[in-house]
Design a protein around this ligand. Sequence first.
Ligand code: UD1
Length: 386
Amino acid sequence: MQTSTPVTQSSRSILCVVGARPNFMKMAPIMAALAELGPKLAVSLVHTGQHYDVAMNHQYFEALGIPQPDINLEVGSGSHATQTAEVMRRFEPALDEKQPSAVLVVGDVNSTLACALVATKKGIPVIHVEAGLRSFDRAMPEEINRILTDQISDLLFTTERSGRENLLREGIDDSRIRFVGNVMIDTLRRNLERAVPTSKILQDAGRKAFLAGHDGYAVLTMHRPSNVDNPDTLRILLDTIRKITSRLTVIFPMHPRTRAMIEKFGLGEMLNVPELVQLPPMGYLEMLGLMKDARVVLTDSGGIQEETTALGVPCITLRNNTERPITVDEGTNTIAGQDPVKILAAFEEIMQSGGKAGRVPEFWDGQASTRIAAAIHSWLDNGLRS
Ligand code: UD1
């Protein structure tokens, strides 16, 4: 995809893509940094509509000041094949209409791969933010999305140094890779002061009295198919959480996939314990507030492993691996998988010692999006040559 003619200033345009909840907090600072380049670069936004509920979608645009999408593909839910194919089918005319100099995708959701694939097949260069992360677990749909998106990207931005090693091993040319840090942490730093206090969240949910006299709380998030789509695994995890509630209040904002699975498998009764607070999916500022003051966060999310490391809050990851090893090597993260013994041991350790101290990784300094905007600018100047 590399050319050597500089892209003329008047025709420079980037088409950014978002689709699902974890994309929004990554795209917000990137679009702001690109906008700061001024009229030299036209920036537009496509929303594939992979996530569509108010709680999973609109709240984030509002809270993070993301511009309204120029185009919404309204794809919605479906099997992996249906969802990916539908994004591709609907993205092609959007690309024909916009004719951008490059398409910028973030993260590892189905929309990321689908739009990257359409763009590259039409000869339009692809920029991937959050490239090179690998869990080495191909049963994870996101791992397939990561590997394939990176293979067809022209400019790859990494969040941690392990990303470059992974990309080089897969044959990606070093000249295409830029280590810039973590845009998600840009968003976190910018919004920390606006985080909604836990007391307000509980009050709004009618559970105000809940924390009175309690010794802090844990936050739980869980939505990965590997944790929630199998009834036995889900039952074991919920049972482990029940055990944790005998020591610490657990606040559980529930992803729609998880809620649907708990209903489907008839496990709702397991959540009927006084020390477990069920909440609907939270907005960004609410989630930040919950995490910031938690004694521990239990999660299977990738982004939350990073956010807790940046916040210095202990995190127990309910997966057998992580594509973000720096959160374990340098941060506050402990991998516990789905094994109750490991989860409860990690939890006890945190209750007794406060957990790993951790430090904030290199370039997680709030400036990643500025580095990305500068790199894109010079890449366009160089005729898309890395
Ligand atoms: C997707 C991403 C995952 C990310 C997660 C964050 C892929 C392969 N997975 O998983 O990496 O961590 O988003 O949330 O792209 N649903 C709603 N309302 C919505 C969206 C979804 O009710 O606004 C329900 C539907 O029942 C849907 C299910 O959630 O079938 C799953 O949605 P989907 O977008 O397929 O995947 P996620 O599990 O959200």
